[in-house]
Design a binder for this molecule. Structure first.
Ligand code: SAH
Length: 366
């Protein structure tokens, strides 16, 4: 029996894998071994969270950003992107669309802003959504680094999940892909603030960053475990041509796309194996690499999908990376085609359910 099968056998009983074992799984290139990894992860998913895919309607409400991350298409210094900001009414309308479409949850995401005008607008709209849906709808925020005070205000308004990716836990890679005034320590402190404030806390990384090894990604997974995370949203790095990193790395060839997708799927699978009962999102970036990328993510252990609710007119302006999919579609088209594809892989959709992190719920009742 090869080493991989021994590790997968062990993984059936427990997620306590070593850094070397995790790196060995991420390094799999053999087709049969890869399928065995995906099957093992799916078995863990079935046992711990079931075969239900939860929808989170994604509202990308603004591409204004004070940050300047070298990989991101909406970074402050990208002068080619036309900036937009949805008004409160527009955000509310999209959230209500998600509610009526029985999605159970929505995610409000944008570039980062820390000014009071924006903070209070978000506070008002969250409150409105929570009231209009009688607190039934899950509200996730993904609005970057804020003070604990701000996290508390938004929590009090009715948001209960927060997604803030650490991007990478490798200090040198972090320093290479961000300007000097962007700090990993600040992000870690934010994740602690979010936990203290009572959110279900989500983070994640990008895979396939320049210089990143399988051992580095193993460290990322161990970090997720170490901070006892409730939800994970992670995806492959995809170059954007109008960014410093994208200028250095040309657009992916078909082979590179396939490799990036594979790595993304393996990360989801291993994260499911190690972390068991958390929520894991199949990121939209997977779909940018292959049309059915997100469904493949579900088959490898993810249990959350974020259909895009953003109005078609705004979509081309929220291009974090090149070839972001479905920028010419609208919300109803996403609901229909996605639902069909998910049923096609034998899963049910948790319509009208919030689909809260079981891991969070268990901690709360301990
Ligand atoms: N400003 C918010 C969220 C918006 S960006 C925040 O900081 O949390 C959401 C995520 O998109 C980022 O966390 C990053 O991981 C991802 N992203 C940005 N550029 C990307 C790229 N070129 N390829 C893949 N993912 C990217």
């Amino acid at each position: 029996m090869s080493n991989v099968y021994t590790i997968l056998e062990k993984a059936k009983k427990s997620g306590d894998l070593s850094r070397e074992e995790i790196a060995a799984l991420l390094s799999i290139s053999d087709k049969d071994e890869q399928q065995a990894l995906f099957d093992a992860a799916y078995a863990v998913k079935e046992e711990h969270v079931g075969k239900v895919a939860y929808f989170r309607g994604l509202i990308e409400c603004s591409n204004l950003c004070i940050k300047d991350c070298y990989y991101c298409g909406i970074r402050r210094s990208n002068k080619k992107v036309e900036r937009f900001l949805m008004d409160e009414e527009e955000i509310f309308k999209e959230a209500m669309w998600a509610y009526e479409a029985e999605y159970g949850s929505c995610v409000i995401q944008s570039g980062e802003r820390q000014d009071e005008e924006y903070i209070s607008m978000i506070e008002r709209v969250v409150k409105r959504i929570a009231e209009a849906t009688k607190g039934e709808m899950g509200i996730t925020l993904s609005l970057g680094e804020q003070t604990e005070e701000v996290y508390k205000r938004w929590r009090a308004a009715g948001a209960h999940r927060y997604l803030l990716r650490i991007e990478t836990t490798h200090p040198e890679i972090y320093a290479k892909i961000h300007p000097a005034d962007h700090s990993m320590e600040v992000r870690k402190a934010c994740l602690k603030s979010l936990r203290r404030t009572g959110y279900q806390v989500g983070t994640g990384v990008m895979m396939g960053l320049p210089g990143q090894t399988m051992e580095d990604l193993a460290d990322d997974i161990l970090f997720l475990k170490d901070i006892d995370i409730d939800m994970v949203g992670m995806g492959p790095y995809i170059p954007h041509s109008d960014t410093p990193m994208g200028e250095e790395i040309p657009a992916y060839t078909d082979e590179e796309k396939t490799a990036a997708l594979k790595l993304g799927l393996k990360m989801i699978a291993v994260t499911r194996i190690v972390l068991r009962d958390i929520n894991i999102a199949a990121a939209t970036a997977l779909q940018a690499l292959e049309y059915t990328g997100r469904e493949q993510g579900l088959k490898c252990g993810a249990n959350v999908i974020m259909p895009n609710l953003t109005e078609t007119e705004f979509r081309p302006k929220y291009q974090l990376y090149d070839n972001k999919p479905c920028t010419d579609e609208n919300s109803s088209m996403c609901r229909g085609c996605l639902s069909g594809r998910i049923k096609g892989i034998g899963e049910t959709i948790g319509f009208n359910e919030r689909g809260d992190s079981l891991h969070f719920q268990k901690r709360a009742t301990e």
